[in-house]
Design a protein around this ligand. Structure first.
Ligand code: IPE
Ligand code: IPE
Ligand code: MG
Ligand code: MG
Length: 328
C-alpha cells in the first residue's frame, strides 16, 4: 500500500476510536511546533505540516487497543513524542545525507542551511522528551531514549560504512535495526505501556513485532531507492548509492555479479552513473531478493504476534503488510 492511502483500511480494522486519536495527535503536533519560538515554528512546523504517513503513532494507538481520546491523554502524548523523534531524525538525516527533498518539500538543510537544520532537529528532539515526561513515567522515557540512542548509533554506523565495499548483510541489518527498527519497537512498547485495561498487551512481544516490521520497512525503503519509479517514490533512483550508502540491493548484487563486486562506489558521481548501477543491480536479481527478504521478515513477524483481540490483530497484520507494499 501506499501506507497513507490505506490508513483508512487500517483504521477501519482497528476501530473507530483511532480517527479521534489521530486528530488529537495532529493538533498537539502543530501546537507544539507553533509554541517554541520562531525557528521551530518555521522549520520544524514545516516538516510536521508536510505530513508523512504517521505510521509510528498509528502503531502506538493500535497496540494500546480500544480507548477514546478523552481517556487517553497519556497515550496521545506518547504518540506525539514518537513522531517528534522521527521528525527530528529526518531533519538531521537530511543534513547527513545532504538531501534536497523531504515529504515533497525542500529539506530544512536545503532551505536554511546546516546550522539551522541541526538546531531544528535538536529542538524537535527536546520537545519530544518534554512531551513524554508529562506522563511522569520513567519506564516510558527509558523506552524512547533507548530508541533515540540507537538511532544515532545507526546513523554513525552508516557514515562509518559509507563507500565501504566489504559491508556484509549482517552488518547492514544491524545498522537498519539501530536506525529504524528500534523506533518502531519503541512505538509498540509505548502503546502497550499506555494500554488501559486487563489483560495488558505484552510489551516485550509487541516490541519484537515492531522491531521486525521496522526492519522490513527500512529494507523496502532501500529497495525503493534502487527500483523507483521516481514518479512514485518522489526521488531519483540511486540517491543512496550516490551518497556512498551501501544497502541490501547492492550487497546482494555484488554476490551475484563479479563486476559489481569490484566496483568502487566513489566512481558513481552522476545521476546517469547511479541510474546505470540501479539497472545492473536489478538485472542481477538483487531487488527481487531483497524484497523477498523483507516479505519473509514480515511473515515471521505476523506469525509471532501474541494473542490479541481480533480487531487489533487484524490491524497490526495490515500495517505489517503495508510496510512492504508501498511506494513512498
Ligand atoms: C522515512 O520514514 C525514514 C525511514 C525510516 C526510511 P517514513 O517513510 O515513515 O517517513 P514519513 O514520516 O512517512 O515521511
Ligand atoms: C532512514 O534512513 C532515516 C532514519 C531512520 C534516520 P534513510 O536515509 O534511508 O531515509 P530516507 O530515505 O532519507 O527517508
Ligand atoms: Mg536519508
Ligand atoms: Mg532511504
Amino acid at each position: 500500500m501506499a501506507v497513507a492511502a490505506n490508513v483508512e483500511t487500517v483504521v477501519q480494522a482497528a476501530g473507530m476510536h483511532v480517527p479521534p486519536l489521530m486528530h488529537a495527535l495532529e493538533q498537539r503536533l502543530s501546537a507544539l511546533a507553533g509554541g517554541h519560538g520562531e525557528m521551530l515554528a518555521r522549520h520544524g512546523g514545516d516538516t510536521i505540516a508536510a505530513g508523512g504517513k504517521r505510521l509510528r503513532p498509528l502503531l502506538v494507538f493500535i497496540v494500546a487497543g480500544d480507548l477514546s481520546e478523552a481517556a487517553a491523554p497519556g497515550l496521545v502524548r506518547a504518540a506525539v513524542a514518537v513522531e517528534l523523534i522521527h521528525s527530528a531524525t529526518l531533519v538531521h538525516d537530511d543534513v547527513l545525507d545532504a538531501a534536497e527533498l523531504r515529504r515533497g518539500r525542500p529539506t530544512v538543510v536545503a532551505a536554511a542551511g546546516r546550522g539551522i537544520a541541526t538546531a531544528t532537529g535538536d529542538l524537535l528532539f527536546s520537545r519530544a522528551f518534554a512531551e513524554l515526561a508529562l506522563n511522569g513515567r520513567a519506564d516510558e522515557v527509558r523506552v524512547l531514549s533507548d530508541a533515540s540512542s540507537a538511532l544515532v548509533q545507526g546513523e554513525l554506523l552508516q557514515r562509518a560504512d559509507a563507500f565501504e565495499p566489504g559491508v556484509t548483510v549482517v552488518r547492514y541489518l544491524h545498522r537498519c535495526e539501530l536506525k529504524t527498527a528500534r523506533l518502531f519497537e519503541a512505538a509498540c512498547r509505548l502503546g502497550a505501556l499506555e494500554a488501559p485495561g486487563e489483560p495488558h498487551p505484552p510489551p516485550e512481544a509487541l516490541g519484537r513485532f515492531g522491531r521486525s516490521i521496522g526492519l522490513a520497512f527500512q529494507l523496502l525503503d532501500d529497495v525503493l531507492d534502487v527500483s523507483g519509479p521516481p514518479e512514485r517514490t518522489g526521488k531519483a533512483r540511486g540517491t543512496d548509492l550516490l551518497d556512498g550508502t551501501v544497502t541490501l540491493p547492492l550487497i546482494l548484487a555484488r554476490q551475484r555479479d563479479p563486476e559489481l563486486a569490484g566496483l568502487d562506489l566513489r566512481e558513481i558521481t552522476t545521476a546517469a552513473d547511479a541510474e546505470a548501477l540501479c539497472q545492473r543491480i536489478e538485472a542481477a536479481g538483487a531487488l527481487a531478493a531483497a524484497r523477498r527478504r523483507a516479505l519473509s521478515i514480515v511473515a515471521d513477524a505476523k506469525a509471532s504476534l501474541p494473542d490479541l483481540p481480533e480487531r487489533q490483530q487484524a490491524a497490526l497484520e495490515l500495517v505489517a503488510d503495508g510496510v512492504v507494499e508501498r511506494y513512498a
